[in-house]
Design a protein around this ligand. Sequence first.
Ligand code: MSP
Length: 660
Amino acid sequence: MSERIYVTTPIYYVSDVPHLGHAYTTVVADTLARYHRLRGHDSRFLTGTDDHGQKIERMAASKGQTPKQYADGIAAAYQSCWRTLGMSNDDFIRTTDPDHEAVVQDIWRRLVERGWIVLRPYQGWYCVACEQFYPDKELDDGKCPVHKRAVERVEEENYFFKLSQWQKPLQEFYDRVLRETGRPFVEPAIRMNEVRAFVDAGLEDLSVSRATFKWGIPVPGDPRQVIYVWLDALTNYYSATRRDPSLARFWDGDAMARGELQVVHLMGKEITRFHAVYWPAFLMAAGLPPPSKIIAHGWWTVDGEKMSKTAGNVVDPNRLVADLDAVVGAKVGVDAFRYFVLREVPLGADGDFSHESLLTRYNAELANDLGNLLNRTLGMVWKYFPDDGVIRYQRAEAAPIDLASAFAAAQQEYEKAFAGFAPSKALEAVWSLVRAANAYIDKAAPWKQPRESQAAILGEVLETCRILAHWVSPVMPDKAAAILRQLGVAEAPCWPERRTSAVFHVEKATPLFPRIDDDRKKELLARWTPKPATATGTATQTATQAATTTPVKPTVTFDDFAKLDLRVAEIVAAERVPKKDKLLKLSVDVGGEMRQVVAGIAAAYAPEALVGRRAIFLANLKPAKIGGIVSEGMILAAGEEQILALSALDRDCPPGTKVR
Ligand code: MSP
């Protein structure tokens, strides 16, 4: 295991707000980074946004914004979501950062100087969604093989990168990594095989500039063209290490060659070709070292379906977490979400996200196995040592079950799992110790023992809980801190040794993960799986009751109705109003115009869950002060308090669209 590690996520397109897929990659990267910090390794974790490209230019235009304004809004939504989900990224890069742009242009110049970039006329099929040209043979019935949408014919004079000459050096590079590290450059191996097959089949030169749009980094010396968005974007991993001389140690070829530094790029499997073929070729051509490893994870579906806006099944992590916290009545959502996505699917495999399985794992593994271990242990400490809750622990010689060997086996597995980028296996190892500790209590039966044995048994379990807290900290940083606090241990996450004696001054137990009973489960599933009006469920029932008991107001004419200026608005920012539990202050985009709105929806929605959402908005309501703040319009919603539901649009309508 190297002593220095640089972990990255893809930089996400600012075409959309973050969802489960983006959150997954970022949770995996965060967990790896936290694990390495725990080991005391010199670690850096980078994420960010991919701001440029034709797709963004078009989307911004459709919303009447400049590309930068548009990108700023979505980049802020990413940053806010990552804060909510507890990401510990050391930096957040955007391809519009001026220092990044300078590095991209610098690499471009190097490639030109070395003769790897040349100007040529070009004709080809371009998919704007992929930001990629496709040769005829790769088209699927004339359409993009990934998006199944029409591709565009592009005829322009482009700069080309001579990728065709990189077949052999790339093959040698993959061989070298395998020889030197014993593992393929791309993992899992199935993705390496795909990349290999692509390279072995022969490489074509790659168009690396575009002349038909402007939203990109200008080609040095030729302002008619912008640099291809993937060359720009991939360079982020390197440019972020040039921001400060002290960061150069995270992109250092000698250190990589000596095995002292690992540069690990994490991503979904669909973009391995860019990272495993183009990126090492660009770097080597520019005289720079390639990364050490590419880890490609699988794709999430939701309840067996592809996640898509049209299907309406996109999982918004902000919303999921806020709902869990609200219904459980405790801050459990972030750690439960992180735990679930890491545990449910081995890294590399495709996975299916089901809200039902999330709740099942929550109850069985978090509330029962781990939560209850701590809860019952602290309960017994206070029961048998009611004066002060202090346990002076001395390792028991003749323990009925050997927790020492369970610890040693779990530690070995845990370490091996992280070295092999397998967080699901690391969690399995942790749970083997959780279960061993629960079994130990059952067998040792402290309730039947004399006082000295009680202290020894409980001490053994408290020490195990301390170790478990450190081990779960990369995945569940909040709950790890809560366990340590309840154990009365003032330690930051670290690599724990198993001690033979210690003094624990424990707190009274507070459940880590309160159990989700059937009613709450129903309520959560009702929130997450909208049901037709006839279905039963707490929210629907209450709304139906309200609808039937409230008399219909007197008739209005169409002219009355036409006085209302209703339109689509997008919530761009949301925050709580200090000392007003029910109110949120929103900034909404009503189609090129920003309004400040105070809405009584705080009981139903966390502010983070609202950013990026669109709703119907009454734009000509007379401004009024609510909670001391001027509100310039009204967001429409159904119901009241917690069961309130924001009005929604089942198709993509830009802000400002009229509602009739
Ligand atoms: N901007 C490029 C990446 C440039 S990196 C130099 C891009 N951005 S993206 O916004 O489309 O994000 C793609 C990444 O999001 C995937 O690689 C993956 O990490 C994540 N996911 C998006 N949808 C996903 C699923 N349904 N399931 C799992 N992860 C997926 O591509």
